[in-house]
Design a protein around this ligand. Structure first.
Ligand SMILES: [Zn+2]
Length: 335
């Protein structure tokens, strides 16, 4: 057992469905012997792979948190071949505060892997995932949204696979999740990954990872939530873990590579000229920044350094220098 100060109220090896907390020790003014509760459920029914499912890595991203709660309640061990380990609000202090980062240590959980067993609560959580839970897992599904500041259409994120076998597994997961878009990374992955994300941690541990961006802007979308719930069951079915589930026909995925981000350089209110999936050409104005405090000043245009389509947009109207307003991607030509 690797060194960790986090303890689990439930074992992860037994059969059946059990739920409890990971206890992250956190001694504070109001609770000297207290711990931060991270909800954890393990559902196991017979032989099969282990899938680690995460949401609430960023606390202001909601569809995944809701979908994993529903899956936790709906899945019966008898329906399952294998094991799911479900953590629906992994950075619980951030989720409780409905913030991207944790208010108790300012930690961005998806930027601190491999974490630190003796670090801040956010670092301890990352370390526990990388050193305790991932080594017992075959697949990672990490559910995100654009958070408060960004909006993504339902999009699967994956690597290309560092072996032909892994590339095949990743395509199976993409086809099973069946989201409208997939953003395929052209670099990184494999056991030498230095990424500070949960996907990087999974790659280091030989676990096949996918991530999803499922809406954003601090909202919950009925349609996106439905796609998320459907996708999770379709993945379990595709892995042979939900033999009784009847998947409906696949709708297809537009596969993209990211070109880059378009940034604001001025503070003000951003008027977008583009929306999700709109075509953009290099040098084209994609919006303007208005300065309503200076009524006679003309708004400042923002030109795209890239050609492609809009994959992601800023969800907040207010911008400052350094804020991303769009992400541009291009079709890979893959079906
Ligand atoms: Zn996120």
């Amino acid at each position: 057992m690797p060194t960790t100060l986090i303890t689990s109220e439930i074992g992860i090896e037994a059969e059946g469905k059990r739920s409890g907390y990971l206890r992250v020790p956190h001694s504070t003014h109001r609770s000297a012997y207290g711990w931060v509760p991270i909800p954890l459920t393990v559902i196991r029914g017979g032989d099969g792979p282990t899938v680690l499912m995460l949401a609430g890595v960023h606390g202001d991203e909601y569809e995944g948190q809701i979908a994993l709660g529903k899956l936790t309640r709906d899945l019966a061990p008898d329906d399952l071949r294998g094991r799911v380990i479900i953590l629906p609000m992994l950075n619980a202090p951030a989720a409780k505060a409905r913030m991207r980062t944790s208010p108790i240590d300012d930690g961005n959980l998806n930027r601190v892997f491999p974490g630190d067993a003796a670090g801040t609560p956010t670092q301890m959580i990352a370390h526990y995932i990388e050193e305790v839970l991932l080594p017992t897992s075959d697949y990672l599904i990490d559910l995100h949204t654009g958070g408060t500041s960004l909006y993504y259409p339902p999009t699967l994120l994956r690597g290309q696979g560092h072996t032909p076998e892994e590339a095949n597994k990743l395509r199976v997961l993409q086809e099973a999740f069946d989201l409208p878009y997939a953003w395929v990374f052209t670099s990184g992955g494999g056991p030498t990954s230095t990424a500070r994300t949960a996907m990087g941690a999974a790659n280091r541990k030989g676990v096949t990872p996918v991530m999803a961006e499922l809406g954003g802007g601090g909202t919950v979308s009925k349609d996106v939530l439905a796609l998320t719930e459907r996708g999770l069951r379709r993945i379990l079915h595709a892995l042979g873990m939900l033999p009784g589930y009847q998947p409906d026909p696949a709708r297809g995925t537009r596969v993209l590579h990211a070109e880059g981000l378009v940034y604001a350089y001025d503070a003000g209110l951003f008027e977008p000229y583009k929306d999700i999936a709109d075509t953009v050409t290099t040098g084209e104005p994609v919006g303007v920044v208005h300065m309503p405090n200076l009524p006679l000043r003309e708004p400042v245009p923002i030109a795209s350094p890239y050609s492609g389509i809009v994959l992601c947009k800023r969800a907040l109207g207010q911008v400052e220098c350094g804020d991303a307003v769009f992400q541009i991607a291009r079709d890979t030509g893959e079906a």
